[in-house]
Design a binder for this molecule. Structure first.
Ligand SMILES: NC(=O)c1ccc[n+]([C@@H]2O[C@H](COP(=O)([O-])OP(=O)(O)OC[C@H]3O[C@@H](n4cnc5c(N)ncnc54)[C@H](O)[C@@H]3O)[C@@H](O)[C@H]2O)c1
Length: 436
């Protein structure tokens, strides 16, 4: 795993969205400057662009939006030229297009940019269908261009920490995982495109891709084994018609919760006792089951998420959907406590219970082991959510730009990863629709 690039200043989301954006480079692009064009100047684009403009030798030279006011505002904020979207996508004055329009537009706009020879960083999801995502990946590969979705989760330093803990088996093998997302919908009016599946692709596709990608970063490829969803019944009729959510009968409902379980084959060697014995043969009904729940129904101040990984001898929890901190609760011996605390940023160990003599002998999953204590270990990046969010947005862009500058650069996130997240999301979505 490559180290994350050196820290670059981080701008909070609210600040970048509401205040005059931080000044960006004004200078004419030099020979080494990467010229970025921004298509779609909405809420997230403003946040991301403010961070991109701080990357070394990167300048946002042009912006585009179908809403002239949005384009004007971004142009003024970023000191960039406003262009019609279709002109920007093929402009020879642009090296990389950042597409931050609603999901259903991603395939068409990314294709146009790739065909014109531009590199593409597109907001998640890469596309709203697997066929479209695969087509983009193939087109980028044929042309030797970058075309990834903005799947930022795997750029969080805590994603690395968790991967090291899984691989180290310090808490034993991973048994299962759970992600519970109680998301706010306070900022999503009934007219928002988010509720219109024709535009968003549904919750698994629009939002779930982030977490399919994060778990794939830890466990490799997964397979959807079950899925379902639930609808919110009474949405104001007129607004719902505008959002495309109304049915012919006039009864209006929107998808508000989606659940699915995926199986990851990776732990075929992770459930042994670590005594050097051969891993068991891979059982198609074995592996790690990971459950994903996403609901958009909370007031903003109750927005909350938890990722829980259950191991043979403890569990690890991460909080927030851009995780900033977490906890480990587990049975460990003294050496392991020291090793684990050293792996975790800002760790604080609390001994819950100390064991002596025979108390130290324990069993689980038909295996014996010894532990000297039951401990809680808290850990934190020491940054708030928006600071971490800004950091991962910058890290992903810096990684892709490094690839554009040096074809030998090995990226943390590739086109194949971007497609894989859409593949799982579409499989979960189709199964959820079929099991209604
Ligand atoms: N990576 C992340 O963490 C993250 C977070 C939030 C949103 N997103 C993604 O960003 C994208 C945009 O989301 P948002 O919340 O900013 O939406 P938004 O509605 O605030 O912004 C979308 C913008 O696109 C513009 N637009 C619409 N059609 C266009 C077209 N044909 N050409 C040019 N511009 C057009 C709209 O006028 C609007 O300004 C979505 O794909 C969303 O999933 C990603």
């Amino acid at each position: 795993m490559q180290p994350l690039s050196p820290a670059v200043p981080v701008i909070p989301f609210e600040a970048s969205a509401s205040l005059a954006p931080a000044p960006c480079r004004v200078a004419r692009p030099g020979n080494h400057t990467l010229r970025v064009g921004l298509v779609g100047c909405g809420a997230f684009a403003r946040f991301a662009a403010a961070h991109y403009s701080r990357l070394p030798d990167v300048t946002i030279t042009a912006v585009a939006d179908v809403d002239p006011a949005a384009a004007r505002r971004a142009a003024a904020d970023l000191e960039a030229e406003p262009l019609p979207p279709d002109d920007l996508l093929v402009s020879p004055e642009i090296d990389m297009v950042y597409i931050a329009t609603p999901p259903a537009l991603h395939h068409r706009q990314a294709s146009a940019a790739l065909l014109a020879g531009r590199h593409v960083l597109v907001e998640k999801p890469l596309a709203t269908t697997l066929a479209d995502a695969e087509e983009l990946e193939a087109l980028a590969a044929r042309r030797g261009l970058v075309c990834v979705a903005n799947l930022v989760e795997r750029y969080n330093p805590l994603a690395d920490v968790v991967r090291r803990i899984i691989d180290s088996r310090i808490l034993g093998g991973l048994v299962h995982g759970l992600f519970i997302n109680e998301a706010a919908d306070e900022g999503l009016s009934p007219r928002h495109w988010f509720w219109n599946r024709d535009i968003s692709g549904g919750i698994f596709v629009e939002h779930g891709v982030h977490f399919f990608d994060l778990v794939a970063f830890w466990l490799g490829a997964g397979q959807v084994v079950s899925a379902c969803r639930s609808m919110r019944p009474a949405v104001d009729g007129e607004a719902a018609v505008a959002s495309g959510a109304a049915t012919e009968t006039g009864r209006v409902s929107v998808e508000e919760q989606v659940f699915c379980t995926c199986r990851y084959a990776v732990p075929c060697g992770m459930t042994t006792s670590g005594d050097g014995s051969q891993p068991p043969a891979c059982d198609p009904h074995g592996g790690v089951l990971f459950h994903f729940e996403h609901g958009f129904h909370q007031p903003s101040r109750m927005d909350r998420q938890e990722m829980r990984l259950v191991f043979e001898r403890g569990e690890l929890r991460l909080f927030d959907w851009v995780p900033t901190h977490g906890e480990i609760h587990g049975l460990l011996d003294d050496d392991a406590v020291g090793v684990l605390a050293g792996m975790l940023p800002g760790s604080e160990v609390r001994t819950v219970q100390r064991y002596e003599g025979d108390e130290r002998r324990m069993r689980g999953r038909f295996q014996s082991f010894e532990a000297t204590s039951l401990v809680d270990i808290g850990f934190t990046l020491g940054m708030n959510k928006l600071e971490v969010y800004g950091l991962v947005v910058q890290e992903l862009a810096a990684d892709q730009i490094a690839r554009i500058r040096d074809p030998g650069h090995v990226r943390r996130l590739t086109e194949i990863d971007s497609v894989a997240s859409v593949a799982l999301a579409c499989a979960a979505d189709q199964l959820a629709m079929a099991t209604q």
